[in-house]
Design a protein around this ligand. Structure first.
Ligand code: ASP
Length: 403
């Protein structure tokens, strides 16, 4: 998409979000009537995810030309994910210690919603989730991680084949371009989509007044999460400036529509097509973009990691349980794992938080305390998740092909 088109879209989407917020605030539940428009936008994006992820990863890895370069690309990506996630959780811990949001919170809890169970979230489950016995089944269930792993190996194998591999790679290049063109078409529906998503969600939460009441009830907690996320956004911007040597404002102008989509959908996977388009328009190295973004959307979640740290400390404070330095280190490690394990779908972080709570022996029912406002904080953390991936693509892109 050209720059003029991008700019127009950015303003239209901003207008859509503001109009959605105002309508949801004023007309509350009545805005449910536009929910289907949001659903249409979301489903159209999701429709592209599986072919786009496959084509993107295969062309990204095959485009490196040499399997050995894959090692470098992979190592840079993992190092970036690990460092930024570590910074994010540390910021979360810092904010929770500074704000002390849980001190003086009134128990008993809001137990109206079912408490998540500790499911498949251990370390071995995390590793096992990298593979799937049936790749078509994984695609049907939209399990992206096994698809990505399959595609990395598939592309690496293709690039060892020389002549025989070429037509297959060219097929996926064509598929990738076609998918990206479809993304550009769907993007023009985004302003209406984000309007409908925001208006209907705020509406179903009871409109503006109910939202502010929910927010006021958990004001300190929300402030701790949001100030942490904003601090992390600044850190990521500094990384973008110093390591990727890019102008933050210019990069944000390309990423604006993806970030607004992340906020509206609360899903980094659904936002992936928009993220790929934004980073492409920003001129990031093609192979890095096609590899780093799909992988990042599934495992690199800075916002989620930060939020889990704040939430767990909040729950501990509310129960009057002191978590010392050692236990906060356990939170640091397990929150990182929980963020990796969280799928890029709405409120996934709320479920994987169980591993962190269990690790430090806190009652799982504590999750009931933060449920009321989670739909809103989910949107904020998803926006940072997507920004983290986009910055990662720029950093890794510069490291693999220095200018
Ligand atoms: N909704 C988040 C995402 O898609 C995950 C989470 O923290 O719940 O990135």
């Amino acid at each position: 998409m050209n720059f003029a088109g991008e700019k127009t879209l950015l303003w239209l989407m901003l207008f859509g979000i503001v109009a959605g917020g105002v309508s949801g605030y004023l007309w509350g539940d009545a805005m449910q009537s536009v929910a289907w428009l949001g659903e249409l936008f979301l489903t159209s994006l999701k429709m592209l995810i599986v072919p786009l992820v496959a084509a993107s990863v295969i062309t990204g890895v095959a485009g490196l030309g040499d399997v050995r370069k894959l090692g470098r690309l992979g190592a840079y990506s993992v190092a970036y994910y690990a460092c930024t996630t570590f910074i994010a959780v540390s910021t979360g811990l810092l904010m929770a210690n500074l704000w002390q949001p849980g001190v003086g919170v009134n128990l008993p809890l809001d137990l109206s919603a079912p408490t998540p169970k500790a499911g498949d979230v251990g370390l071995s489950d995390l590793i096992l989730s990298l593979v799937h016995p049936n790749i078509i089944g994984a695609a049907a269930e939209m399990k992206l991680l096994p698809i990505i792993v399959f595609c990395i190996f598939f592309a690496a194998a293709l690039s060892t084949l020389a002549e025989q591999g070429k037509p297959v790679i060219r097929f996926f290049e064509g598929l990738n371009e076609a998918m990206m063109t479809m993304v550009e078409w769907i993007m023009w529906f985004a302003p209406i989509g984000v309007f409908a998503l925001i208006a209907s969600k705020l509406g179903s939460a009871g409109g503006g007044e109910a939202f502010f009441n929910q927010l006021a009830g958990l004001a300190k907690y929300a402030a701790a999460v949001i100030s942490g996320l904003l601090t992390h956004a600044v850190v990521l911007s500094l990384i973008l400036l110093l390591l990727a040597r890019r102008s933050v404002m210019e990069y944000l102008s390309h990423m604006g529509s993806a970030l607004m989509t992340a906020f509206s959908t609360a899903s980094s996977s659904a936002t992936l097509p928009m993220t790929l388009e934004g980073v492409k328009n920003a001129g990031v190295d093609n192979n890095a973009r096609r590899f780093v973004l799909p992988l990042g959307a599934t495992i690199n979640m800075d916002g989620t990691a930060l939020y889990e740290a704040v939430a767990v400390l909040f729950i501990a404070q509310a129960y009057g349980i002191e978590l010392g330095f050692g236990q906060q280190m356990v939170v640091l490690l397990t929150a990182t794992m929980a963020a990796i394990g969280a799928a890029g779908i709405p409120e996934a972080g709320l479920v994987t938080m169980v591993i962190v709570l269990e690790a430090v022996g806190l009652p799982l029912e504590g999750i009931g305390l933060i449920l009321a406002i989670d739909w809103f904080l989910d949107r904020c953390r998803t926006t940072i998740n997507v920004y983290g991936d986009a910055v990662g693509a720029a950093v890794v892109g510069r490291l693999v092909t220095p200018k």
